[in-house]
Design a protein around this ligand. Structure first.
Ligand SMILES: Nc1ncnc2c1ncn2[C@@H]1O[C@H](COP(=O)(O)OP(=O)(O)O)[C@@H](O)[C@H]1O
Ligand SMILES: [Mg+2]
Length: 236
């Protein structure tokens, strides 16, 4: 089992990038050799004929790494769709060997790696190859990022049960409020139910905070919030 975490979510937009960046910033702040990776990104911006993902820029700045962009994000696709669809639309096929080679290089350079998945576990990466398969190949423990509000119990239990069925080591759950503040009763009762039904720890509860906007990188706020809201034991 590698050192670090594979960050997945119950959906897109739940806060995987913010959480992956927050954890990477905490590792870096502790003086640990941390690397980051976003193996596949879609919806990338085209600038001077190269594709760049906002997620990758955020992760790179959070971890303060100078690894080549192509290693952190070996597959960048322009269309904002699932990887298989975005690849088909640009008449390419996702080259998993490229992902494996980049991952191996980053593992050699860094003691710990935080890898952000794409969407959720059943997002197709190749015809019959899914994010869950990628997480399995990387042999990293899994952290599931979920919402705090109504509906999250179902999404989180489905994700955890699927991960376990596929042999992943699920380390725990991080609840994140990416769109709006959640009321205390909803947040606390959802956390308790998820804990009871999965037997997993809630490793953190990240409140809605405008300073966590992925497009307005604020390292001080990221560190301050994550230091305060994340279980210290997961930074090892
Ligand atoms: N705790 C939070 N407070 C405020 N905004 C957040 C928070 N978490 C995420 N966001 C915002 O919500 C959007 C989705 O979050 P992101 O981390 O990109 O999700 P994902 O990587 O799962 O798609 C981003 O614009 C991000 O800035
Ligand atoms: Mg993201």
């Amino acid at each position: 089992m590698g050192k670090g975490y594979f960050i997945t979510g119950t959906d897109t937009g739940v806060g995987k990038t913010v959480v992956a960046g927050g954890l990477a910033a905490l590792y870096k702040n502790k003086g640990l050799n941390i690397g980051v990776m976003k193996p596949i990104a879609t919806g990338c911006k085209r600038v001077h004929n190269t594709l760049t993902s906002d997620d990758v820029v955020f992760l790179k700045r959070s971890a303060e790494v100078d690894d080549e962009y192509e290693l952190i994000n070996p597959i960048s696709l322009e269309q904002p769709f699932a990887p298989t669809v975005a690849a088909r639309l640009s008449n390419t096929k996702i080259d998993l060997e490229k992902v494996r080679m980049a991952y191996d290089s980053l593992c050699e350079r860094h003691e710990y790696l935080i890898v952000e998945g794409i969407g959720g576990l059943l997002v197709p990466v190749d015809e019959y190859y899914f994010v869950v398969d990628l997480a399995n190949e990387m042999e990293l423990p899994l952290i599931v990022v979920c919402r705090s509000n109504l509906g999250t119990i179902n999404h989180t239990l489905l994700t955890v049960s699927y991960a376990r069925e596929h042999g992943l080591d699920v380390k725990g759950i991080i609840m994140n409020e990416s769109t709006e503040k959640c009321d205390d009763v909803t947040r606390m009762t959802n956390a308790a139910e998820i804990k009871r039904l999965t037997n997993l720890p809630i490793l953190g509860m990240i409140p809605f905070d405008k300073r966590l906007d992925v497009n307005k990188f604020n390292k001080e706020a990221l560190l301050e919030i994550f230091r305060d809201k994340i279980d210290k034991d997961i930074i090892i």
